[in-house]
Design a protein around this ligand. Structure first.
Ligand code: UDP
Length: 331
């Protein structure tokens, strides 16, 4: 099957392209390379274009005639969203309006959309089921919720079927080390902890040790990007088999604390993680972990890579290469 991967040069999109190609599908990457990386486009052609530009999208649909779309292109950094809400609403929401118009014109009716557990805000109960009220507490979460609502409206009136996958904490890297997480600036815990362990960029900031959790630090549900990619393929298959639209968490159901992550980083790297304790970061709920019932039922989803050790080992393997530590160790 030919699939247009919007944002396919980014972290999660590139892993999905690799997984699609491995089973014989054809990923076509549509990306403006503003945050993605051309070197991560290896499993099919790159169409350089912008989702806010309808002519770019129309040209890509005409050239490649994809049967389905997966949409990853979005602004994701929570703090940036608070500072630049207009850019977030334009790219994350207006961009999808434009994409849906192009899909309609091209006669393409299946979409897998990257949503997020940030649409739930601070949960009232755990584990988080898909029926938890969606009350996001930041701009990023609100733009993703707005797209879920947009998709529901369009799907109720038009020939569109979609899957909204609500990711928990995407992490890890391809086990062979060819692609991984390369955000700039990097705000995520695991790459920042690895960076500090590698002695690059000074101590890591640890945001908050006074939460009402077992060790005082926040707890998150880390899902390996390989498992996340597998969930996308299962969602695509479900839609293309004719299933109705659905929303679904993608997590493991287990939360690990920030301190547990730092301990594992130390164990895997064999190096201490220099860090400074700071106050809480605005908008961080104390604990987030998924109820996985629906993902098991709808996607037959069983994580294969998402234990913390594998996640951090694969991330470290990737970052050691990117940061030139492999050569340094060899010489
Ligand atoms: N965190 C931290 N230092 C960092 C990055 C993150 O202490 O440099 C904490 C953050 O406050 C949160 C957890 O690690 O409690 C996970 O944050 P991340 O940004 O990785 O993912 P999020 O849960 O925000 O999607």
């Amino acid at each position: 099957m030919r699939v247009l991967i919007v944002g396919g040069a980014g972290y999660i999109g590139s892993h999905v392209c690799k997984a699609l190609a491995a089973r014989g599908d054809e990923p076509i990457v549509f990306d403006n390379l503003s945050r993605g990386h051309e070197h991560a486009v290896r499993w099919g052609p790159l169409f350089k274009g912008d989702i806010q530009n309808r002519a770019d999208l129309d040209a890509a649909f005409v050239q490649y005639q994809p049967e389905a779309v997966m949409h990853f292109a979005a602004n994701i950094e929570v703090g940036e969203g608070q500072r630049e809400p207009l850019a977030f609403w334009e790219n994350n929401v207006a961009g999808v309006v434009t994409l849906l118009g192009a899909m309609k014109q091209a006669g393409c009716h299946a979409l897998v959309f990257s949503s997020t557990c940030a649409t739930y805000g601070t949960p009232q109960s755990l584990p988080l089921t898909e029926d938890e009220p969606q009350t996001p507490i930041n701009v990023y979460g609100r733009t993703k919720l707005a797209v879920e609502q947009l998709l529901a409206d369009v799907a109720s009136a038009e020939d569109l079927r979609y899957a909204a996958l609500r990711y928990f904490n995407a992490s890890g890297a391809s086990p062979d080390g060819d692609i991984g997480e390369e955000h700039d600036p990097e705000t995520h815990l695991i790459p920042n902890a690895l960076k500090a362990a590698a002695g690059l960029g000074g101590p890591m900031k640890l945001f908050g040790t006074d939460y009402d959790t077992a060790d005082g630090t926040c707890e998150r549900d880390f899902i390996h990007v390989m498992d996340l990619a597998a969930a996308h393929l299962a969602a695509l298959d479900r839609l293309t088999a004719g299933a109705p639209s659905f929303q679904c968490n993608v997590g493991t159901g287990t939360g690990y604390s920030v301190k547990a992550v730092l301990d594992m980083v130390e164990a895997i790297t064999g190096r201490p993680v220099p860090h400074e304790v700071h106050g809480r970061r605005a908008g961080d709920p104390p604990r987030l972990y998924a109820d996985v019932t629906r993902s098991r039922e709808l996607l037959d989803f069983q994580p294969q890579y998402s234990d913390l050790k594998t996640i951090i080992r694969d991330a470290w393997n990737f970052h050691r290469k990117v940061w030139g530590l492999v050569e340094a160790e060899a010489s």
